[in-house]
Structures are given as structure tokens and as C-alpha cells.
Design a binder for this molecule. Structure first.
Ligand code: 3PY
Ligand code: MG
Length: 255
């Protein structure tokens, strides 16, 4: 569906993705109608299981958009299954070394890059292509993204980026802020995170790979796009829903 190519070209100055943890495909249907470039279904801290995620992916595809899934920590077999269900990209949390990155590639790329097992029946339907075409194209069509959100990952950022089959990294500012403060602070919007991000952008550019990050709201997402990130989150769906509710109540009390 040209997602990988569009990401690399940074059309419209980078992509803005929704981020949904509530395991309801109908919620995905509604948010897909907004001007998001893509939708992330979060299986790490969100409540999706494999069946609901497959239905969620179908709703994103129904809106004509690429779907992304974030897997739970180390759950690389789910990464293959989500690609089989038609995800265009996988975000894997807590990738802390080149070995972690290679294990992720093993599950998400077909030979010779990896050892992804064959069975993309829903993906073939969603992408509307024949099996042999998917086999030839999938390694380039689907995007494998490693989360950098610990000190170990920062130290190994060049080794992780050098792994063939890793298409880019995703910065997790919450975990990174906890790691950088040795557990003292949750500060995803701090100056320390901004410095780390600038460094990560430079390393990704040097390796010719993608850089993405979680922004807590639209303001933060805009700052990330200005920094040159390829894909940003503008807050989770629960935060957006509650902010909308708060505004409606405040407005009603003011009229
Ligand atoms: C983090 O900030 O740690 C993430 O994983 C993104 O929510
Ligand atoms: Mg995290």
C-alpha cells in the first residue's frame, strides 16, 4: 500500500498517527475517519488480544489506511501474526540491543532477511495482492520499528540501527525519562528527552532509517514534526476523548 515509501518521503512533513489501547474495533472505525495518516493498536499497555486486533486492523483498512500494531515486550510471535492479519508496521517495545533487534527482524521479515513463517491470508485480502507478489514485496512493504526507551538501547542505538531489516526506531519518552532519572521521574516532556530525541534523529538520518516518537498531545507532536521525525503520536485515544469531554463540559458551563 506504499506505506513504507510514503513514510520515507515524509510527505506533508511527517505522519500523524492515532494511538488506541481500548480494544474496540468500532472505536477504530470512528477515529479512522479523522485525518490521521495511520492508526496504532497498542497491545503492550492497551487491552487488545489477537482476535480483537485483527478486527481493529480490518477497520483501519476499511478506511483505506495502513494499520500499525505495538506488540507486548518480547512477544515476537505476535508480530508475525499481526502482519498476517494485515498490519503494515510493527512497533516492538524495549529493544535494548542488536540481539533484540535481530530477534524482531527474524519474526517480521521473510528470508533471506529473517525467518517469518508463511500464512498472510488476511493480509492478502487487505492488500489485494496475490500470494507470490506478497512474498516478493512484504519485506519492503511492511515496516519493522524498534522502540528505544532505555539507557541500554541509547548506548546501542547505532548497533540497533545497523541491523538489516530494522526500518526505524520509535522513542518512548515515558520509559526513557524513567530510565534517565533512575526511576525518580516520569517526565516525557523534559529537556533531557528533547536532547535525546535530537541525537536520535541525527543517528537515524546517518543510517538512512526512520525515526518516530510518542507525543503526549498535539503540541508535543508538532514539536516532534519540526525536529524532523517521520511519524508522531498526538496523544492516546483516552486522553483525546477525555480532553474533548472536558472542553464540552467547560463550554456548557460558560454559555
Ligand atoms: C513510552 O513513552 O515509554 C512509550 O512506550 C510510548 O507510550
Ligand atoms: Mg514505553
Amino acid at each position: 500500500d506504499g506505506f513504507a515509501g510514503r513514510l520515507k518521503r515524509r510527505e506533508n512533513g511527517g505522519m500523524i498517527s492515532a494511538w488506541i489501547g481500548t480494544p474496540d474495533p468500532l472505536l477504530v472505525n470512528h477515529l479512522s475517519q479523522e485525518a490521521f495518516d495511520t492508526i496504532v493498536l497498542d497491545m503492550q499497555h492497551g487491552m487488545w488480544d489477537m482476535a480483537s486486533a485483527a478486527n481493529g486492523i480490518a477497520q483501519v483498512r476499511l478506511a483505506g489506511k495502513p494499520a500499525i500494531a505495538r506488540i507486548p515486550v518480547g512477544d515476537f510471535s505476535s508480530a508475525s501474526r499481526l502482519l498476517d492479519a494485515g498490519a503494515s508496521a510493527i512497533i516492538a517495545p524495549m529493544i535494548n540491543s542488536a540481539d533484540d533487534a535481530r530477534a524482531l527482524v527474524k519474526a517480521t521479515k521473510y528470508p533471506p532477511l529473517g525467518e517469518r513463517s508463511w500464512g498472510p491470508s488476511l493480509a492478502l485480502n487487505h492488500f489485494g495482492i496475490a500470494a507470490d507478489e506478497y512474498l516478493q514485496g512484504a519485506n519492503g512493504l511492511t515496516v519493522t520499528i524498534a522502540m528505544v526507551e532505555t539507557r541500554a538501547a541509547l548506548d546501542a542505538i547505532d548497533e540497533i540501527l545497523a541491523v538489516d531489516g530494522i526500518d526505524g526506531i520509535f522513542i518512548g519518552p515515558s520509559d526513557l525519562s524513567i530510565a534517565l532519572s533512575n526511576g525518580a521521574r516520569l517526565a516525557p516532556d523534559s529537556a533531557a528527552i528533547d536532547q535525546t530525541l535530537a541525537h536520535a534523529v541525527a543517528r537515524c538520518r546517518a543510517h538512512g532509517k526512520l525515526i518516530c516518537a510518542f507525543g503526549t498531545d498535539g503540541e508535543r507532536a508538532g514539536q516532534f514534526l519540526k525536529l524532523g521525525l517521520d511519524l508522531v503520536i498526538a496523544g492516546a485515544e483516552t486522553a483525546q476523548l477525555r480532553a474533548g469531554a472536558r472542553t464540552a463540559i467547560e463550554t456548557a458551563r460558560k454559555v
